[in-house]
Design a protein around this ligand. Structure first.
Ligand code: XMP
Ligand code: MG
Length: 183
């Protein structure tokens, strides 16, 4: 499959599109089996989760529904503070539903833990988390993540929905950027 021609900006590809698709297929099979008796509501966190949501939903063999939220975390610079502002809320009433939050990446996990406690207060029947990528710091956080695509090193990465300055979301693999991009 063709990828955008950003090869000149890529420093190191951590995962190829094929590796991501293969891992996602494994997770989809787990989810199919875990949710065999119910129709999960997949909740994607905009914007980063767009790609993983689209691919995960289509890798499932069972019915599912999808809804979206957009949040912005207040923080100083690049560190997120865990204080979250809702930019777009769900349109679905999740009370009594089996909710699966779909994330692109968990870094500190602060944004996610705020989100999870907010969603839990709405009375879902169950609430689990799936993330495609997870950084080491997330392991120190109390939020339990049921499905993890890949644990990655603590480096800034782009592709597969993740951006730098709005770019590279449409790059199909996961990569670090050449330092020249930042300068
Ligand atoms: P926390 O720290 O609250 O934040 O888990 C998670 C959010 O931070 C962004 N993030 C990244 N975005 N490349 C990106 O493009 C990265 O390496 C990266 N690390 C964290 C992302 O928006 C995620 O939802
Ligand atoms: Mg995100």
């Amino acid at each position: 499959m063709d990828t955008p021609d950003i090869a000149g900006d890529i420093a190191h590809e951590l995962y190829t599109p094929e590796q991501i698709a293969d891992r996602l297929a494994e997770i989809a099979a787990e989810i199919d089996s875990d949710y065999a008796d119910t129709e999960p509501l997949l909740v994607g966190v905009l914007n980063g989760a767009v790609m993983v949501m689209a691919d995960l939903a289509r890798a499932l063999k069972s019915h599912c529904q999808m809804d979206w939220m957009a949040v912005s975390s207040y923080g100083s610079g690049t560190q997120s503070s865990g204080v979250v502002r809702f930019l777009k809320d769900l349109t679905t009433d999740i009370s009594g539903r089996d909710v699966l939050v779909v994330e692109d990446i968990i870094d500190t996990g602060l944004t996610l833990s705020y989100l999870v406690s907010n969603l839990k207060s709405r009375g879902p029947n169950s609430l689990e988390i799936m993330t495609m990528f997870r950084k080491p710091e997330a392991l120190q956080n109390s939020v339990e993540v049921k499905y993890v695509g890949f644990d990655i090193p603590n480096e800034f990465v782009v592709g597969y929905g993740l951006d730098y300055d709005g770019r590279y979301r449409n790059y199909r693999g996961l990569s670090t950027l050449d330092p020249k991009v930042y300068s």
